[in-house]
Design a protein around this ligand. Structure first.
Ligand code: SF4
Length: 143
């Protein structure tokens, strides 16, 4: 049987993506944004906060790490007209939209694109880069 890495995929020629910072994926409904323990320091540093204060004010325990708190409307507390931690955002956000569930078919990708205006814009991610994101996101799910 062929592995996912060797099969012909609809994204063999790559896919365009560039986040438009619209907030649609991180506001408006409750969700979890997993932050691994080894991701905490870089995010805290980028906000100019001591790690303890960052954890107490903006995170809650989730699995072996944390998730980012939201307001009552389900808005990520680190979204303010744009992601406040974009360069150091956690794996879950960094690998979006190249998740297996979005790439399992062309149809799934089109459905995802209808929710995310960044899809189809910006630089092309190569097939290998897409597969690397998919693997990295998957490895995070197992933690
Ligand atoms: S929905 Fe897409 S374009 Fe909008 S913030 Fe999320 S990733 Fe960026």
């Amino acid at each position: 049987m062929q592995s996912r890495d060797s099969c012909a995929c609809f994204f063999d020629r790559g896919l365009r993506f560039e986040c438009q910072q619209c907030g649609r994926c991180c506001t408006g409904e409750p969700g979890t944004v997993y932050v691994a323990p080894d991701e905490v320091k870089a995010i805290a540093d980028s906000l100019g906060l001591p790690e303890e204060a960052f954890i107490a004010d903006l995170l809650y325990p989730f699995r072996d790490g944390y998730s980012i708190k939201e307001d009552k409307q389900g808005n990520c507390l680190l979204y303010a007209g744009g992601c406040r931690i974009y360069p150091v955002r956690p794996r879950q956000c960094r690998t979006w939209p190249f998740w297996f569930k979005n790439l399992r078919s062309r149809y799934a990708w089109k459905q995802t694109a209808s929710q995310c205006p960044g899809i189809g814009k910006g630089p092309v991610y190569t097939r290998d880069e897409i597969l690397a994101c998919m693997r990295e996101h998957g490895s995070g799910l197992k933690t």
